[in-house]
Design a protein around this ligand. Structure first.
Ligand code: SAM
Length: 655
């Protein structure tokens, strides 16, 4: 999604408040909602205009999309109606696009006019994201509501949106004051995303808008507007208009009813498996988790994980995925108990690192943009100890108590402590087989989330995954070490003292020097490596490695491009199809196979797994994706085959 200067300006909404304390946009010279009664207006135009609540009656999933989130009034009104009339086990997806975001307090101030909305407005304020460009997914699990707030210019956001919209709320200031919002490119995306038979409502009855919508396959009706407005428009996407939206996005969507997908198996009980369980359980589903040694026995089971953004100096889909994943992860962790946002100071040890940090700060979507660039003295003050270089301080980053979180997310899910060695296709789905070839379970969909264990399956053998040994040292605190206030990160990292010790990490070994035990045996040599890798000016914080040091070692699983794997694992025929795909996007749509993977997380699993899991589950269920399409396909395993194909090495690649 290209950024536009409008969304990078924090004052971009140019908000003013009139004498009734109602918001007004000086930029557009227009009001956010009717001066008479905004809530009544919303109900008339958007809720009744889209035939709600009748339109969602009896549906398990219903998706509303809105152009112009503004204060969140339409969202709150829709949620209020949903809570009164919610179908059994129903999930409401509400997608809203906003180019000039208000902040949480401004939304709340505007919504104060309606005390009846207060519980919803408060919940929104509590979870409202930092209004930075990109998509933000916010869950209200108790209500069966998922809000996807997409911050960016409407046309750009919509072209990257992936999903099926049942009802549109077109609410982007009057066409005469804001023609940008009503231009052909925007409305054609509205039509592309609308399901056949889906509805649309808008306050405007402008002729140009009506004509564009009609040309795009909507049946238009002029109906009485709200208050003094004579007309407004409601419309329905012609049920036979599928041909118009036969884009890849539309084809890529499988419609699966959650209630009919009751056998989902997840192999692996680390952060990948736990994130998948959580995403499924939030939708009322009940997967089964398989892990031979039980949850947290692999690389995710270190006592603490450092959760810190990846700093990319450029603007790529991968960089944006990592940024979105970081934002999503810390929002999820912040809702639980084991999250310790102590802050992380990334040490900028040379000129090159400093330049990269400066570049990263130039992108409003980068977590670095809200990080503080500190000179040496400021960095020392922040850290509580003397440092010898400047740093980039991420206030929102921190330490996670991993096992606490993983057990919490797995909750009451059935865990079967059997190592799965093979998955074989059956008529209805898959059998999961143990090392003796005995059937340990059956499922319609299997998601491999077993870290390094993902390599053992016949179907994944073509995916280039490498085991990487990582040992973290747990180092007793000294008096000097207690002064450290935040975590420090260089090519290694040091945590502040927790439970009387520092976490000092971590090794990264791709070569097995020690034989069978190499995955988990703790080595003194690796403690020494972690110590020697510390910058000299930090070594006084800990003693030399000695017998009081303990640690934990496990194998992580890495991909050659350091981007995780999230997507379908095709069989060879599916693979051949994918890289021959003339659309060239090179990703597998799920109807081609229900064997999925979430892996190759390297050392950043606690950053990427929650969003990747949410995306996989959204794709599986044909829901709106939580990220733009270009970001959502970055993890597709098929990329390796496509690359080999491009370099005429596909035969060799598939071996
Ligand atoms: N639905 C909102 C509510 O419930 O408060 C009111 C929406 S207000 C009338 C229109 C919104 O559209 C504003 O928040 C404005 O910033 C946004 N907007 C205008 N032009 C836009 C564009 N080109 N892209 C994205 N958002 C835009």
């Amino acid at each position: 999604m290209p950024d536009r200067p409008i969304v990078e300006d924090p004052m971009s909404a140019d908000l003013a408040w009139n004498e009734d304390d109602a918001p007004f946009s000086s930029r557009f010279g227009d009001i956010y909602f009717s001066a008479e009664d905004g809530l009544a207006e919303t109900r008339h135009i958007f809720l009744e205009g889209n035939g709600l609540p009748a339109a969602w009656a009896g549906k398990t999933d219903f998706t509303i999309a809105e152009t112009g989130f503004g204060t969140g009034l339409n969202f709150c009104a829709a949620v209020q109606l949903w809570l009164e009339t919610r179908p059994r086990d129903g999930l409401l997806h509400y997608v809203s696009i906003e180019g000039f975001p208000l902040n949480a307090d401004e939304c709340f101030r505007a919504l104060k006019h309606w005390p009846e909305l207060e519980p919803i407005a408060k919940a929104l304020r509590g979870r409202y994201p930092e209004p930075v460009p990109g998509m933000h997914r916010i869950h209200f699990p108790d209500w069966g509501v998922v809000l996807t707030l997409a911050i960016g210019e409407a046309g750009a956001v919509l072209s990257g949106l992936h999903g099926r919209i049942d009802a549109w709320f077109l609410d982007g200031f009057a066409p005469s004051k804001n023609p940008e919002m009503w231009r052909e490119e925007v409305l054609s995306e509205v039509a592309r995303l609308a399901v056949p038979g889906g509805s649309l409502a808008t306050f405007t009855a402008a002729g140009a808008v009506r004509r564009s919508l009609a040309a795009l396959g909507f049946e238009i009706h002029k109906v009485p507007g709200f208050g003094r407005k004579r007309d407004m428009v409601v419309a329905r996407k012609a049920p036979d208009s599928l041909g118009r939206q036969a884009t890849l996005s539309a084809r890529a969507v499988t419609i699966r009813e959650r209630s009919r997908l009751d056998r989902v198996a997840i192999v692996g009980g680390g952060i990948a498996g736990a994130s998948l369980v959580r995403a499924l359980r939030r939708r009322g589903m009940d997967p089964v988790l398989y892990d031979g040694a039980g949850p947290c026995s692999g690389a995710s089971g270190n006592a603490y994980a450092l959760v810190t953004p990846r700093m990319d100096a450029g603007d790529s889909a991968v960089a944006r995925f990592f940024a979105a994943a970081y934002r999503y992860a810390i929002a999820q962790y912040g809702e639980g108990d084991g999250w310790d946002p102590c802050g992380v100071l990334v040490m900028l040890e040379d000129e090159e690192a400093l330049v990269r940090a400066g570049k990263a700060q130039g992108f409003a979507w980068q977590p670095a943009a809200s990080g503080s660039l500190l000179d040496r003295a400021q960095a020392s003050l922040q850290a509580g100890i003397d440092l010898e270089c400047p740093g980039l301080f991420y206030r929102s980053a921190g330490l996670l108590q991993t096992t606490h979180l993983i057990h919490d997310w797995i909750g009451p899910t059935t865990v079967i402590e059997t190592d799965i060695d093979r998955v074989s296709r059956t008529e209805r789905g898959y059998s999961l087989l143990d090392s003796n070839g005995d059937i340990a379970g059956e499922a319609d969909v299997v998601i491999l989330a077993a870290g390094d264990g993902n390599r053992r399956f016949a179907d994944t053998r073509w995916i280039p995954l490498t085991p990487v040994r990582g040992q973290v040292s747990e180092v007793p605190a000294t008096d000097a070490g207690h002064a450290l206030k935040c975590a420090l990160s260089w090519s290694g990292y040091l945590s502040p003292v927790r439970d009387g010790r520092h976490m000092l990490g971590a090794t990264n070994d791709r070569n097995n020097k020690i034989g069978d035990d190499w995955g988990w045996v703790v080595l003194e040599e690796d403690h020494r490596h972690n110590h020697e890798n510390m910058p000299d000016y930090l070594t006084h914080l800990v003693d030399e490695p000695n017998a009081s040091w303990s640690g934990r070692a496990r194998l992580r699983s890495a991909t050659p491009d350091r981007v995780p794997l999230f997507g379908a694992v095709p069989d060879v025929a599916g693979l051949a199809n994918a890289f021959r795909n003339p659309a060239g996007r090179g990703y597998i749509t799920f109807p081609d196979g229900d064997l999925l993977i979430l892996g190759g997380l390297g050392s950043r699993g606690f950053v990427t797994a929650p969003l990747a899991a949410e995306l996989l589950v959204a794709r599986l269920l044909g829901e709106v994706w939580p990220v733009e399409e270009s970001l959502g396909i970055t993890g597709d395993p098929v990329r390796f085959a496509s690359r080999a194909h491009r370099h005429a090495r596909i035969e060799e690649f598939l071996g």
